[in-house]
Design a protein around this ligand. Structure first.
Ligand code: AMP
Ligand code: MG
Length: 442
């Protein structure tokens, strides 16, 4: 398989910061500099397009709505009648027929007449205004079997309660722009244009594996001194949210050869490789040495907590920089909360950019913190908290008890990160902090 090297920045930019204290914002910027969006695209049916990234502008082939139509159930008439001084207060019109959505009124509506119209029905020829039905009184005329309606005209202007043809989307206009990560409304919008499929970027292939002799998979007996491998499950789940193609390469022992073999396999098959564990400076941290051999990878001490150690760069399927196929590499720390924080803050924006979309900053909400917080200036912290609005509508947040980077339960208990900026120091109860909510609406 041949894939061009997709990295634009020089390796030098990986090491231009003091590795002891690379600020989070600097790390995020370097990572995005190394990302080149995927070039390949494919067509997928609308039903499968949610969260995929548009590979071309979507041009509207039709006007939406296709015709002027009524925004209300009521009576359609010619708004010119409103400017006739004889009709200023009250208007009486003869009902000429009915118009339903999907069943237009066939004729032309003569002056002094109106048409009973339902929401969404095309405006009959000769009509541009709708009076809502609750404003009219009806009279059946005994002699002629015709019906009339009477209503006061105040507040009614010509064109009232009418939706214009092309008001939502004009024919030949750009309905959605390339690079858009498709949401439910976009899927519906494309359906409203009559489209059956859409050109999107191919899925990003993301390989991931855990390292550590102490790891056992769920379902296996837990030997002395061992723990279950949770990071691979967390990573798999976080990747699923991004509509990438996850490639689970399993669990790898702290053994240089096993690690090298898995890394080469990952570089061969994936666009991005995520590892967990083995990137700090312990004696069993072989990931570090293997990454140095097989790729151009830099090791960062991020000024971030949790998640200080992180490896970033690229890994080559040929086993040496410049040989074979390159994949972007993130070596995430092994502590389970650190793995998640590094994923969300560093990896996620990169995956979005590489998928062809523009990562948007996640909104921060100011909230009063109910407890004092210990924080050292000089690093960004992502503490776990439970946030909500109190009876006065004021956002408040309570930190979860433990802030240990090993305590995954705090991530389950929390509904937000309390984001403590690089320069922030200790905080008192009642101080305002920024919270980043976990859950979004769409
Ligand atoms: P390491 O970065 O390999 O030194 O690991 C740091 C800590 O995270 C150690 O306590 C590991 O046992 C733990 N850890 C590493 N990988 C995993 C994993 N996949 N699942 C759960 N805990 C892990
Ligand atoms: Mg380890």
């Amino acid at each position: 398989m041949t894939t061009p090297n997709t990295f634009s920045a020089s390796a030098a930019s990986l090491t231009q910061f003091d590795p002891q204290a690379l600020p989070v914002s600097a790390a995020q910027a370097i990572v995005l500099e190394w990302v080149t969006p995927l070039a390949q695209s494919e067509r997928v049916p609308l039903r499968d397009a949610l969260a995929r990234v548009l590979a071309a502008d979507v041009i509207s082939p039709i006007d939406v709505p296709a015709h002027d139509n009524s925004a209300m159930d009521g009576y359609a008439f010619d708004g010119a009648a409103l400017s006739n001084p004889a009709n200023t207060a009250v208007l009486t019109l003869t009902v000429a027929g009915k118009a339903f959505a999907g069943h237009p009124f066939p004729g032309e509506v003569a002056p002094g007449h109106c048409v009973r119209i339902m929401t969404g029905a095309p405006m009959p020829a000769g009509c541009d205004t709708v009076v809502p039905q609750e404003r009219v009184s009806m009279h059946a005329d005994d002699d002629s079997a015709s019906e009339t309606v009477t209503f006061t005209t105040d507040g009614l202007a010509p064109g009232a309660n009418r939706r214009r043809q092309g008001e939502d989307l004009a024919r030949d206009g750009v309905a959605l722009r390339t690079g858009r990560m498709l949401r439910a409304s976009d899927i519906g919008l494309m359906a409203s244009l009559g489209l059956v499929d859409v050109k999107v970027k191919r899925r990003l292939r993301v390989a991931y594996f855990s390292t550590g002799d102490e790891l056992r998979s769920p379902g296996q007996p837990l030997d002395a001194g061992c723990i279950y491998d949770s990071n691979r499950y967390t990573l798999g789940a976080m990747l699923r949210r991004l509509e990438v193609e996850p490639i689970d390469l399993g669990r790898v022992r702290d053994d240089p050869d096993a690690l090298a073999a898995t890394l080469l396999q990952a570089a061969e098959s994936a666009d991005v490789v995520l590892t967990s564990g083995g990137v700090s400076v312990g004696e069993a941290d072989f990931t570090r040495t293997q990454l140095q051999t097989l790729g151009d990878v830099s090791f960062w001490g991020l000024a971030m907590r949790p998640g200080r150690p992180l490896a970033f760069g690229r890994i080559w399927s040929g086993g040496r920089p410049g040989v074979g196929r390159a994949a972007l590499l993130f070596g995430l720390p092994g502590n389970p909360v650190a793995t998640m924080v590094s994923f969300y803050q560093i990896v996620r924006p990169a995956l979005i950019a590489m998928s062809g979309a523009t990562p948007q900053p996640v909104p921060l909400i100011p909230a009063r913190c109910d407890a004092p917080i210990r924080k050292r200036a000089g690093r960004t912290e992502f503490q776990r908290g439970v946030a909500g609005r109190d009876a006065h509508g004021q956002w408040r947040v309570t930190p979860t008890g433990s802030q240990s980077s090993g305590a995954l339960s705090t991530m389950s208990e929390a509904n937000c990160f309390i984001v403590l900026a690089h320069e922030t120091a200790d905080l008192d109860a009642g101080d305002t902090v920024d919270v980043m909510l976990f859950d979004g609406l769409v």
